[in-house]
Write a protein that binds this ligand. Structure first.
Ligand SMILES: Cc1cc2nc3c(=O)[nH]c(=O)nc-3n(C[C@H](O)[C@H](O)[C@H](O)COP(=O)(O)O)c2cc1C
Length: 144
């Protein structure tokens, strides 16, 4: 069955979730969080505007769940309970306009940004952990 030219405005389903339309904002990292990864007023405003503009579903930008998995400065984080309340304001703003929101949880792996001596670096494991410099760990001994 064809929904016609306005199919994008017809409700859609993802599993048990009913979405008011098929306008989905793809995950897009805004880098508008605080240095600690907490949502800011600007971020709340942006998501509120997207929902008010009609997005049925918004996927957040990637949210690091572990500081070593951070990808970029001012990225949203959920590595500590204190980040929940600021992010909940984003969710509430989207729900106010009948929008839904998915949190994209992430760990950037080899693309992570790490901080050494107050400077941001991309990990360089072959150098940092070359065979010669790899720390020697004692073999675990068996308990008797
Ligand atoms: C500035 C920018 C930030 C993005 N951030 C994320 C992100 O945080 N997570 C993610 O999964 N994709 C991210 N993407 C990828 C987009 O979600 C999307 O997949 C990509 O732009 C291709 O979409 P298109 O095929 O509609 O052009 C980002 C893209 C751009 C341009």
């Amino acid at each position: 069955m064809s929904l016609g030219p306005l199919a994008v405005m017809a409700p859609g389903r993802i599993g048990r979730l009913l979405i008011k339309n098929r306008l989905i904002r793809a995950a897009t990292s805004e880098t508008m969080a605080t240095d600690q990864g907490e949502a800011t007023d600007d971020l709340v405003r942006l998501y509120s505007d997207l929902a008010l503009g009609g997005a049925g579903l918004i996927i957040t930008g990637h949210i690091y769940v572990e500081p070593r998995g951070k990808y970029e400065p001012r990225q949203l984080g959920l590595d500590h309970d204190s980040r929940i309340a600021p992010l909940a304001r984003v969710t509430e703003a989207v729900h106010r306009y009948d929008g839904l929101i998915f949190a994209e949880l992430s760990h950037a792996g080899s693309q992570s940004l790490i901080r050494i001596s107050c400077r941001w670096h991309r990990p360089s494991f072959p150098t940092l952990f070359s065979r010669a410099s790899r720390p020697k760990c004692p073999m675990p001994t068996r308990r008797k």
